[in-house]
Design a protein around this ligand. Sequence first.
Ligand SMILES: Nc1ncnc2c1ncn2[C@@H]1O[C@H](COP(=O)(O)OP(=O)(O)O)[C@@H](O)[C@H]1O
Ligand SMILES: [Mg+2]
Length: 279
Amino acid sequence: MSEAKLQVDNLSIQFINDGRTTDAVRNVSFSLGREKLAIVGESGSGKSTVGRSLLRLHPASARISADTLRFGDLNLLDADEKTLRSIRGRRISMIMQDPKYSLNPVMTVGAQITEAYLAHHRVSQREARKQTLEMLEKVHIRDPERVYSLYPHEVSGGMGQRIMIAMMLIPNPEIIIADEPTSALDVSVQQQVLSVLDELVTQRNLGLIFISHDLNLVRNFCDRVLVMYAGRVVESIRAADLDQAQHPYTRGLLAALPSLTQRRERLPVLQRDPSWLTD
Ligand SMILES: Nc1ncnc2c1ncn2[C@@H]1O[C@H](COP(=O)(O)OP(=O)(O)O)[C@@H](O)[C@H]1O
Ligand SMILES: [Mg+2]
């Protein structure tokens, strides 16, 4: 693997609300180079909290600690707001689950992508528009001129998510964090959006953190998988080696996958062991 762009050692995050403490993330460690890393686990396992912490985007109720939280040469733990703003969206981008909440409803999609480009590049409006149209083509939008002037409510979910990918990639970031980017989409368009993201990440040789609850979805296109359970990483494994996964939770997730080739009356219920919380 090439040099690590991100290095995370013993990251822990707690939320403190009304004197109650939730241990959302416990001693999580990983590194990310120019590769596709999946973070998989069921809802509430801490995936999004890990993702947001890499941009230092968490509510005031969060307490964050780590031995290392490094992006390149930069220590993210003690970076000031100004430094963080120069990284967010520019060097590390985040694609969220639902484009409806990420796009501005009163601006055309083209104007939003153009704005994202102009925020980081000193070029004319005309040049930014040209770059935007090219970017729309790269996310396989067939009629970019027409789509440029549509409002977010006028585009389908799948197209909306491809527009988000265009907007997040146009500043040419080094790392993309995609948090369940296809979970709000119909199964029929999920694969289409995934392959667009995969294609661009591969072409540009970026680092990708792909957050998902769906091990079946990620194993086919990610290089490595971190499996999270109750705030911890219980297994870190190459996607190609998943069939040899050791941890019973990972094995449970694998066994819970519906199979196209094998008929089953019902999906097995995951057996949980309290020792997973302390190992
Ligand atoms: N702002 C918050 N305040 C309090 N608890 C939170 C907050 N955000 C997340 N949590 C808790 O942290 C844990 C991990 O949440 P999250 O990272 O969203 O999980 P995932 O993305 O895997 O579904 C959950 O127990 C969740 O309830
Ligand atoms: Mg989440």
